[in-house]
Ligand binder design. Structure first.
Ligand code: NAD
Length: 513
């Protein structure tokens, strides 16, 4: 545990921590309600944090509004230069931050490092973007007129994040927002506040060294009441919210009510289709990483396998054998591939889902146990489960945020598998394993997968930041990270300039007096 203590010291986490910072220093919030945070890895107390009040929230937003007025005047490439330095600071702290992600959230160290790498990657992406942020020019129908569109900074961006990607989601949003000239206010998951506090500490020196105004990067630790305040707040033109579909429906409705913008990144129910023409070795590797990686707590985790009846038995047997050998244990120990669930409520959710799906007729073929003993003292370790099921079962239609893999069978053509894959409310990630070009292209065609992410011969999880990330239907429709996702952080303006001496009207309208 001394190592963890060192990590906490290095990242500036104390025994008792304030709940907000507007960039340059932590507020003095000593008299608030507090929350103790325990590690799912060993059940031990990490530290205590104050919980923000509505008044704290108001102070943070006001500061962000003021900061925004100054920040937007800085040329975008200069803002990009500051984001570049933040990327460098993250590189320096990658190992420690990766360890803290692992200890506070429970994903294995390799995945903790991968998450910090995503933050570094988005910084690099944003630096390049800072010299682009381009609009179109259009030819005007009127002589001696020029038309173009340009993108201006939007204002204060609220970021609500989930526990399972406790830091990357913030970087995806805040680094683009900062590059676009916005101020961001981050409300991390109340389950993982310390990784958020650590991020703020890592960037503070960069902010100070560059005289970044107070309020450009703010963090505020609180529960859903702070998230709700953000959703209802007209001072926040964009709310980017990552979490459950239940949360997204509430945030989307509140933001919509005031005609604000929301970027929703919600639950998935992701499937891999395996056709008779698949490379089974590749498929099995992808299925295992997708279904048990992060202990089934990725929004892109593989939850459903849609197997052609000719490969069903082989894959089932291979998976059961592989699941029996999974190294489950402390996520910081080398060799572990499956860490714990986030907390005991998640364990209950896992057990309840398995009971419910069996009551519907599901056949539990392996896993499903809660592990006991000294090594598993936190009470949050489970053995990943495989259940033979039917797509129409109620539990199969829902996202259970735990390692449960449903085996589903299809016969005949790939269209039958695609129909099954699309027949759920969520639309985040999807994949097909096949070496048949007709099947692969069909899966990607407009009548194919209806998800925001559709992969061929790659599993459902593990996206790169260069692409736009997000999904359709109950997944919320938002896109963040790469491609042109930056546009949501800016307001678009169409400009028409007349450099002639006449005033012709559009559509040839005559209006002379
Ligand atoms: P959650 O919905 O319980 O909480 C997420 C965040 O929303 C937290 O910060 C929480 O405080 C806040 N919140 C909760 N209710 C709110 C409300 N009514 N108004 C405003 N804020 C509210 O989710 P979780 O358990 O932390 O995370 C797991 C879920 O997140 C899964 O459904 C997973 O699929 C999803 N997720 C989606 C993506 C994606 O990119 N699509 C990424 C990560 C996680």
């Amino acid at each position: 545990n001394t190592t963890i203590q060192n990590v906490l010291n290095e990242l500036g986490i104390k025994e008792h921590n304030a709940c907000y910072s507007t960039g340059l220093k932590w507020a003095n919030t000593g008299s608030r309600e507090t929350k103790k945070i325990y590690s799912p890895a060993d059940g031990k107390l990490i530290a205590t944090v104050d919980m923000a009040t509505k008044e704290d929230y108001d102070t943070v937003i006001k500061t962000a509004q003021e900061g925004f007025k100054k920040w937007r005047t800085l040329p975008a490439p200069q803002r990009g230069e500051i984001v570049r330095q933040i990327g460098e600071a993250l590189r320096k702290h990658k190992d420690n931050l990766g360890r803290l992600v692992s200890y506070e959230m429970g994903k294995i160290h390799q995945e903790g490092l991968g998450e910090v790498q995503e933050m570094i990657d988005i910084c690099d992406f944003a630096v390049g973007l800072s010299r682009q942020l381009h609009g179109f020019t259009m030819h005007s129908e009127r002589p001696k007129h020029r038309m173009y569109d340009q993108y201006h900074p939007l204002g204060v961006v609220g970021i609500i994040s989930a526990f399972n990607f406790p830091v990357a989601v913030w970087a995806w949003n805040s680094m683009l927002a900062a590059t676009c000239g916005d101020a961001s206010v981050w409300k991390p998951s109340e389950k993982t506040p310390f990784t958020a506090l650590a991020c703020q500490n890592i960037i503070t020196d960069v902010l100070k060294a560059n005289d970044v105004p107070e309020g450009i990067f703010s963090v505020i630790v609180g529960d859903a009441t702070i998230g709700k305040a953000m959703a209802e707040d007209e001072r926040v033109p964009l709310v980017s919210a990552t979490g459950s579909t239940r949360m997204g429906k509430s945030v989307g409705a509140a933001v919509g009510q005031r005609l604000g913008r929301s970027l929703l990144e919600l639950g998935g129910n992701n499937a891999i289709i395996v056709t008779p023409e698949a490379d089974l070795e590749m498929a099995i590797r992808a299925i295992i990483f997708g279904s048990v990686g992060t202990c089934g707590q990725r929004c892109t985790s593989t939850r459903r396998l849609i197997l052609h009846d000719s490969v069903y038995d082989t894959i089932k047997e291979r998976l059961v054998n592989a699941y029996a050998k999974l190294p489950i244990g402390n996520p910081l120990e080398q060799g572990t591939l499956v860490g714990p669930l986030i907390d005991k409520d998640a364990v209950k959710g896992f057990e309840n889902a398995l009971t419910a799906v069996q009551a519907e007729g599901g056949n539990l073929i392996c896993g499903g146990k809660v592990l006991e003993g000294e090594k598993y003292a936190s009470g949050t370790y489970v053995t990943p489960a495989i259940v033979e099921a039917k797509n129409e079962y109620k539990m199969v239609q829902e996202e259970t945020f735990a390692p449960i893999l449903y085996l589903l069978k299809y016969s005949g053509e790939v269209e039958n598998a695609i129909a099954m894959q699309n027949d759920v409310r969520q639309g985040l990630s999807s994949s097909i394993f096949t070496k048949n070009m007709l099947e692969a292209e069909g899966f990607l065609a407009h009548w194919g997968s209806d998800c925001g992410i559709a992969n061929v011969n790659i599993g459902t999880s593990g996206a790169e930041i260069g692409g736009a990330f997000g999904g359709e239907k109950d997944t919320g429709g938002g896109r963040e990270s790469g491609s042109d996702a930056w546009k949501v952080y800016m307001r678009r303006q169409t400009n028409t300039i007349n450099y002639g001496t006449e005033l012709p009207l559009a559509q040839g309208i005559k209006f002379d007096i």
